[in-house]
Ligand binder design. Structure first.
Ligand code: C2E
Ligand code: CA
Ligand code: CA
Ligand code: CA
Length: 281
């Protein structure tokens, strides 16, 4: 038994070392990738469920790693947050997304907002608001075309978050609560904040088809959200059936693989162009 304990111990140590080695490797590579501009921003369309028209897009980071292929943001964002690299990285994504959105508008595509994910670490920076102002100014994007996604926990954890949110609101940018329903805040808490939209987390959208109650929670969230004057968008829609139920429940905005995965900017432009043709016809 002693021998076995030792082996297990060795196994775990080896495993831990492997994990921290990869983490250190990724941290180093991420730093380089940022400097060498190797990261990419993909865009996932947001759809008006009633007309099928694109009404917005979410910017999502992509990192094609030379050795490991695409590395999930679920792995490298936490590393970037731990190391503080998320601050320059987050600014880079924001600038790219704003530049791109401005360019598409100038090319005659629909004028629709781009949503950018924020991390707590970024919002805690002293010059956070100035950074947003500077990027909007440099890219010449009108603030109403920028939609900032924050989570419930960020709102509650960050000192002065209410002050920061009001400053953002005063700039004219849109504010969305991401992964709504997975945090511990209540809608009545959010009522006092200058929020425009809640994004219903994928897990509730999944419930529509996986549970007998057919999304009773989703229905409740949609109703309450609307009663509090928030826009409501459903995330992670994969099936037609979910679209039908969501519309029945009064949710008219959605995002998910059913419509499109996140797209490379070239593909996203095609997606926007198709829409443009339909509208012009
Ligand atoms: P998120 O903000 O909740 O983004 C939605 C995630 O769900 C994206 O994963 C998207 O590709 C995926 N998704 C969209 N539709 C579907 C669907 O129908 N089915 C399924 N199974 N998944 C769907 P992604 O791109 O891997 O990003 C994961 C998370 O990483 C994001 O979750 C966000 O929290 C974070 N992230 C990504 N880009 C950034 C960024 O630029 N800054 C920050 N701070 N976080 C980011
Ligand atoms: Ca998001
Ligand atoms: Ca989300
Ligand atoms: Ca998230």
């Amino acid at each position: 038994a002693k021998e076995r304990g030792k082996n297990t111990y060795q196994f775990y140590t080896a495993h831990l070392m492997e994990r921290s080695a990869r983490k250190m490797e990724l941290e180093n590579d991420l730093r380089k990738a940022l400097i060498k501009q190797e990261l990419q921003v993909y865009y996932q369309p947001q759809i008006d469920l009633q007309t099928g028209v694109v009404i917005g897009m979410e910017a999502l980071l992509r990192w094609p790693h030379e050795k490991y292929g695409f590395i999930s943001p679920l792995e490298f964002i936490p590393i970037a947050e731990e190391t503080g690299l998320i601050v320059p990285l987050g600014e880079w994504v924001l600038r790219r997304a704003c530049q791109q959105n401005k360019q598409w508008q100038e090319e005659g595509m629909a004028c629709i907002p781009v949503a950018v994910n924020l991390s707590a670490r970024q919002m805690q920076e002293e010059n956070f608001i100035d950074m947003i102002i500077r990027v909007l100014h440099e890219t010449e994007l009108k603030p109403q075309f920028l939609d900032l996604e924050i989570t419930e926990s960020m709102v509650q954890d960050i000192e002065n978050s209410t002050v920061i949110l009001h400053k953002l609101k005063d700039l004219g940018v849109k504010l969305s609560i991401d992964d709504f329903g997975t945090g511990y805040s209540s809608l009545s808490y959010l009522k006092h904040l200058p929020i425009d939209k809640i994004k219903i987390d994928k897990s509730f959208v999944d419930d529509i088809i996986h549970h007998e109650n057919q999304g009773a929670i989703v229905k409740t969230i949609i109703d309450m959200g609307h009663n509090l004057q928030f826009k409501v968008i459903a995330e992670g829609i994969e099936k037609e059936e979910q679209v039908q139920f969501l519309m029945e429940y009064g949710c008219i905005m959605g995002q998910g693989y059913f419509f499109s995965p996140p797209l490379h900017s070239k593909e996203m432009k095609k997606f926007l162009s198709q829409d443009k043709e339909v509208l012009e016809r």
